[in-house]
Design a protein around this ligand. Structure first.
Ligand code: FAD
Length: 290
């Protein structure tokens, strides 16, 4: 299949992107790495009248940290996130999540902004961003708005992005330097989207008590689910305590999960329990590592 005819535009700068979106609205599509958009255009799932190529805008491609905050541009490739020493030092959960995204060839083109805009269920990066309490910065001719990624993604393939907005960047507070993180996923084959995945960041006091915990899961959940109840239940407890398994079960029982003929609801729930338990065990095993 070939795409329907469209007008290809290289914007001069970000103001031009905002102006083009204001002018064309839902008739325009932004081209990032093209890893999803180009096949969707070829199959005519989408047929934009105007294609706005973001690849000519280096201002959208950056990774910066000021020590407390990590700031990543929307056009940053998955491979850049994977290779960045800054991200490895400040938010290794993000690097570990991205390593599960497709294969390296796809990661060379696919972008942070593209995966967020798409909000594909089972996508790894949005899950890590929800666990990290990240915020997404959206821009239009009306101005800039910032919203938590957890609110931005309403469900599978469903976000609060307006037709005239583009994703500019993602920003998050850096977790404590002594924290450990784990990203565990079950997928059909290496490089597939997750059937079930858990993202965890955790820090402990010298006596083993949990002083900081962020946990989220995805898989049959539509949008990634932050597990605030589990975090509250485990904070102050010793890592590896006997109540962990029951707290995990309660947290997973509390979220809505869609089943399908391939992955029935009970199976997804079982897998989500499993990946969360493995993530906690993984962090416990590395407790005290430097
Ligand atoms: C074989 C294969 C396997 C894959 N496996 C996985 C996987 O296991 N896990 C996973 O998470 N992903 C996977 N992907 C998806 C891929 O990694 C990309 O993250 C995803 O397709 C987004 O692609 P892109 O960044 O190239 O965006 P594009 O394809 O260019 O765009 C995707 C959508 O986002 C919009 N968009 C792009 N940038 C912006 C922006 N800045 N602001 C607003 N809207 C924007 C576009 O208009 C379009 O609607 C896979 C892809 C392929 C081809």
């Amino acid at each position: 299949m070939k795409p329907a005819a469209f007008k290809y535009v290289q914007p001069a700068d970000e103001d031009a992107v905002a102006a083009l979106l204001a002018e064309h609205g839902s008739d325009a599509c932004l081209l990032a790495g093209g890893q999803s958009l180009v096949p969707m255009m070829n199959f005519r799932v989408v047929s934009p009248a105007v294609l706005v190529d973001l690849n000519v805008l280096p201002t959208l491609d950056f990774v910066r940290s000021d020590g407390d905050t990590l700031h990543i541009g929307a056009l940053t490739r998955h491979a850049t996130v994977e290779d960045s020493a800054t991200i490895a030092q400040t938010c290794p959960l993000l690097r570990d999540a991205v390593r599960h995204v497709a294969h390296r060839t796809v990661r060379h083109r696919g972008t942070l902004g593209g995966t967020l805009a798409l909000a594909y269920p089972g996508a790894e990066t949005p899950l890590a961003l929800v666990a990290l309490d990240a915020e997404v910065e959206l821009r239009s001719t009306r101005g800039v708005r910032t919203t938590p990624v957890a609110d931005f993604i309403r469900g599978g393939l469903d976000t609060t992005r307006k037709d005239d907005e583009y994703i500019r960047s993602v920003r998050m507070h850096v977790p404590p330097a002594s924290s450990r993180s784990s990203f565990i996923e079950v997928s059909r084959r290496h490089g597939d989207f997750a059937i079930a995945a858990a993202a965890l960041v955790l820090d402990t006091a010298p006596d083993g008590r949990i002083t900081f915990i962020r946990a989220a899961v995805a898989g049959g959940t539509g949008a990634p689910q932050r597990l605030a109840g589990l975090e509250a239940a485990l904070e102050g407890r010793t890592l590896g305590s006997s109540m962990e398994a029951a707290a995990i079960r309660e947290a997973i029982d509390g979220i809505e999960i869609d089943g399908d003929p391939h992955y029935p609801e009970a199976y997804r729930r079982h897998l989500l329990n499993t990946v969360l338990r493995r993530a906690l065990a993984d962090v416990a095993r590395r407790q005290g590592d430097t």
